[in-house]
Design a binder for this molecule. Structure first.
Ligand code: NDP
Ligand code: 8X3
Length: 254
């Protein structure tokens, strides 16, 4: 039985990944800050799939908490075959001069530094076992830059550079490194970005059928079910109505 660790499993993609990996027979370590959500998902995974599951609650921005949490993993769960670096967010959508420093820090500390902390803690075991797969959740924002989102885009460009760098450094150890770069997916992402403003969050998807978390779980499943000699380096996936970060064909009825 393979073991996977998913960061940010309390919502959106991470939750869908957990359910999909459970269906595929993985033993799971699920992480996030919201304890109640972790407990709910743990129960669901056990009830629906009889999954062996270890919930770990910590903030990926806290380097020491990352270390303590990973160190606390019991022997039975320690051989992590698949790391899904998914925890992340956009905070704010405003011109650079109007953006909040605090938003910059949240994005950089979570999307870049958090991903690095976790990866650094998991990679040594993979190197020792000479196998493993890291899947980083990037974004179309890692490929293009759009107005009012420069810092979020910068963090996802960084994720892409880190992914490529890891692939170069880890190929000799038999470790695969992949990324998924989605366009618009309706999760709690926009609610978080707009600091809880539901109207602004809903407006993002007005007139389009956005992707959903299941669509991204499909991409993950494709990546991790290829034969050992095949590495899917990157998947970029958009809603059919989204051509790039700023051209969307919205069908408005009012
Ligand atoms: P959600 O807001 O639904 O989920 C984000 C997850 O990340 C939650 O489980 C949250 O858990 C976790 N998280 C956020 N900050 C922290 C933190 N500091 N420490 C630990 N966990 C954290 O968004 P999505 O599922 O949409 O986003 C998942 C990833 O996909 C992100 O990296 C995002 O940038 C990326 N993405 C999203 C797209 C979209 O349109 N939705 C498109 C492209 C990429 P908790 O709050 O419990 O800590
Ligand atoms: C989230 C998708 O288009 O808001 O990464 O950048 S987008």
């Amino acid at each position: 039985m393979k073991t996977a660790l998913i960061t940010g499993a309390t919502s959106g993609f991470g939750k869908a990944f957990a359910l999909r990996l459970a269906k595929l027979g993985y033993r799971l370590i699920i992480t996030g800050r919201r304890n109640n959500r972790l407990d709910e998902l743990t129960n669901q995974l056990i009830n629906e799939y009889s999954t062996e599951v270890l919930p770990l609650s910590f903030d990926v921005r806290d380097k020491e908490a990352c270390k303590n949490s990973i160190d606390s993993i019991p022997e039975h769960f320690k051989n992590i075959d698949l790391l899904v670096n998914n925890a992340g967010l956009a905070a704010g959508a405003a011109p650079f001069d109007e953006s909040l420093d605090n938003d910059f820090e949240r994005m950089i500390d979570t999307n870049i530094k958090g991903l690095l902390y976790i990866t650094k803690l998991i990679v040594p075991g993979m190197i020792e076992r000479k196998s493993g797969h890291i899947v980083n959740i990037s974004s179309i924002a890692g490929i293009e830059v759009y107005p009012n989102g420069g810092v979020y885009c910068a963090t996802k460009h960084a994720v892409n550079a880190i992914t490529k760098g890891l692939r170069l450094d880890l190929v000799k150890h038999g470790i695969k490194v992949s990324s998924i770069s989605p366009g618009m997916v309706e999760t709690e992402f926009s609610l978080v970005r707009y600091h809880g403003d539901e109207q602004k969050a809903k407006a993002v998807y007005k007139g389009i059928i956005p992707l959903n978390a299941e669509d991204i779980a499909d991409a993950l499943e494709f990546i991790i079910t290829r034969p050992l000699h095949v590495s899917i380096n990157e998947i970029q996936v958009n809603p059919s109505q989204q051509a790039n970060t700023y051209i969307t064909h919205r069908k408005l009825t009012e």
